[in-house]
Write a new protein. Structure first.
Length: 161
């Protein structure tokens, strides 16, 4: 399901978004420093307000953009790295449920998947996994035997057994 090319695209996207977050904030900070130095040399009593405003706007922009656009990509990059290169576990069982509700696990939006790995369907051997919402669920009907390869509780691959 996951490929090294996909990981490379995510890394490229992260770099672009980091630059979009850092450059304007750094420019505003540099302007704030220049205004501060000019205000000190000209002994101005009011330019410190402009310096404070520029610093607050630059810092606020960086924190807002980083939290909204960069941080989710960092979480997803970590997720894809774990799916490709992390420790994997394999379980085979009956597919009981593929949830439609969206939940968040380790910063990645996903949907719950329940399989039963026991001999009897008594609920004691149910296993809960989380399937990445950005991936398409394969055509596997409920009640079919599936093999799930996972890292922790996140599904790295799913196929018919």
């Amino acid at each position: 399901m996951y490929t090294d090319e996909e990981l490379q695209n995510i890394v490229t996207m992260k770099r672009k978004r980091l630059w979009i977050a850092i450059v304007p904030a750094a420019v505003l900070l540099a302007v704030a420093i220049a205004v501060f130095v000019y205000g000190q040399t000209s002994r101005s009593d009011t330019l410190w307000r402009l310096t404070a405003a520029l610093t607050v706007v630059g810092g606020g922009y960086f924190l807002f953009y980083f939290g909204l656009c960069v941080r989710p990509v960092i979480f997803y990059e970590r997720h894809v790295q774990n799916m490709l290169h992390g420790r994997r576990h394999e379980n085979t069982g009956l597919l009981k449920e593929v949830g439609e509700q969206v939940c968040e696990k380790n910063g990645v939006q996903c949907r719950p998947v329940m399989i039963n790995i026991g001999e009897k369907d008594d609920g004691k051997d149910d296993r809960l996994y989380y399937f990445d919402l950005k991936k398409e669920w394969p055509d596997l009907p409920l009640g079919s035997r599936v093999t799930i390869i996972s890292n922790d509780m996140m599904v790295a691959d799913v196929r018919a057994a």
